[in-house]
Design a binder for this molecule. Structure first.
Ligand code: ZN
Length: 152
């Protein structure tokens, strides 16, 4: 990976970990799902407000490593205003990005925008679940059937 992308990755992760965006409980909410990554111990609770198939608001609470917190923080910013379909596409593009071969050019899906910095995760396969925990939790929230998800 180019060193400027690596630097940006570290900077953005540190910033979002220190000042997570949308880090609060939501009341009332339409969906609430708990996520747990036993591999690292990351826990989060995701709240979502939905109107006519569009995500109106997303917030989260919880405790976890810097990557899981930063990923959730950036995801909440990215999901507001998106339709369910767009959110699903972002989920699969994000998954492809972080699980790609680190020696290849990162495969940045068209919906990812700022989330492309998570290409940095490819060099640390053990941390992929830290980055994807919030996305699994959001997917469960959109599907609406589950109260909790685990990455294992
Ligand atoms: Zn973690």
């Amino acid at each position: 990976m180019a060193s400027d992308l690596r630097e940006l990755y570290q900077e953005v992760i540190l910033d979002h970990n220190k000042k997570p965006r949308n880090f609060r409980e939501m009341e009332p909410f339409d969906r609430k799902v708990e996520g747990f990554n036993p591999l690292c111990g990351d826990r989060l609770t995701l709240f979502m407000k939905i109107e006519d198939g569009v995500i109106k608001d997303v917030t989260f609470q919880g405790s976890g490593c810097a990557i899981s917190t930063a990923s959730a923080s950036m995801m909440t910013e990215a999901l507001v205003g998106k339709t369910f379909e767009e959110a699903e596409q972002m989920f699969s593009e994000f998954h492809d990005l972080v699980t790609g071969d680190p020696t290849d050019e990162p495969k940045v899906g068209e919906h990812l925008d700022k989330l492309e910095i998570f290409a940095g995760i490819r060099e640390f396969p053990a941390r992929v679940k830290c980055a994807t925990l919030c996305w699994h939790t959001a997917k469960a929230a959109l599907e609406g059937g589950q109260k909790s998800v685990s990455t294992e």
